[in-house]
Design a protein around this ligand. Structure first.
Ligand SMILES: NC(=O)c1ccc[n+]([C@@H]2O[C@H](COP(=O)([O-])OP(=O)(O)OC[C@H]3O[C@@H](n4cnc5c(N)ncnc54)[C@H](OP(=O)(O)O)[C@@H]3O)[C@@H](O)[C@H]2O)c1
Length: 266
């Protein structure tokens, strides 16, 4: 039986002992910046060929592809709005066709619209659900059609949030709801896909230093005061947990929502 450890070196470059994803293909939504870009870079470093979507960040997307290819890896940037189910499905099918297979899906693209109930617009509610929840369903449905071929290996990983469980400020009800939905979706999908050798997990960060939540933003010190570790995470720290879940050592982890929040929810 083939395993990821004995997979032949991919087009991503020369094999090395740490390249546990050599021969695998990953697809990351929202990969041009923030946590998504850190995930794209880490999976490429681990040997995977990585396709990723962007919606508005075209220049950063092309720069990221160039940087990975300059390092001997393989990457592909595709424009696809996660709120557009047809575009997202087309991007996944196109990536699988171009790169020859698909083994790992990372649902990372997300939006955080803040606002209290009296003023929260229905359009913002719908957009949050479309990007943070509906797109996870759409991408997973499209991706698993390509997984498990040529050896039972499949990984679906979603970036949720510690706010699925704790919402310690006003104005984050809809965001918290969207991330709580991922907890249930992850459990059910794990049951659907376990028999096919596909694991499904949810990574739940606390504060991470990105455009969405800058470490020097107005809420930062308030957040740090709630944490056991009083700082924002670096996006690479989230990518490290994703790399573990994407790799061969996590084969018995499925249906799990894993906190990486510096003790925010402790
Ligand atoms: N930062 C935090 O503190 C934190 C904490 C917990 C969870 N998270 C979660 O982590 C994920 C990444 O967040 P981040 O901090 O990296 O945010 P960010 O810096 O705001 O980046 C958001 C990413 O999502 C993409 N995106 C947004 N709307 C999209 C759409 N309609 N279609 C396709 N892509 C779209 C963006 O792509 P474009 O630039 O191309 O538009 C960008 O790549 C999100 O799911 C977020 O909820 C973040």
């Amino acid at each position: 039986m083939s395993s990821v450890l004995d997979a032949s070196p991919s087009a991503a470059g020369p094999a090395a002992s740490s390249r546990v994803l050599a021969g695998k293909v990953a697809f990351v939504t929202g990969g041009a910046r923030g946590i998504g870009a850190a995930i794209v870079q880490r999976l490429a470093r681990d040997g995977a060929a990585v396709a990723f979507t962007y919606s508005s960040s075209e220049a950063p997307a092309q720069a990221l592809v160039a940087a990975i290819e300059a390092g001997g890896g393989k990457a592909l940037a595709l424009r696809a709005d996660s709120a557009d189910a047809a575009a997202l499905t087309q991007a996944i099918d196109g990536a699988a066709r171009t790169l020859g297979r698909l083994d790992i899906l990372v649902n990372n693209a997300g939006v955080a619209v803040a606002g209290e109930i009296d003023s929260f617009a229905l359009a913002d509610f719908d957009h949050t659900i479309n990007v943070n929840v509906r797109a996870v369903f759409v991408a997973t449905q499209a991706a698993v059609r390509h997984m498990g071929q040529g050896g039972a290996y499949g990984r679906v990983i979603t970036i949720g949030s510690t706010n699925s469980d704790r919402v310690p400020w006003a104005g984050f009800s809809v965001y918290g709801m969207s991330k709580a939905a991922i907890v249930g979706l992850t459990k059910g999908l794990a049951r659907d896909l376990g028999p096919r050798g596909i694991t499904v997990n949810n990574v739940q960060p606390g504060p991470v230093n990105t455009d969405m939540n800058p470490a020097d933003g107005p809420l930062a010190s308030n957040m740090h005061g709630m944490m056991a570790l009083n700082r924002h995470a670096h996006p690479d720290e989230i990518a490290g947990m994703v790399a573990y879940l994407a790799g061969p050592e996590s084969g018995m982890v499925t249906g799990a929502s894993l906190l990486i929040d510096g003790g925010f929810a402790a």
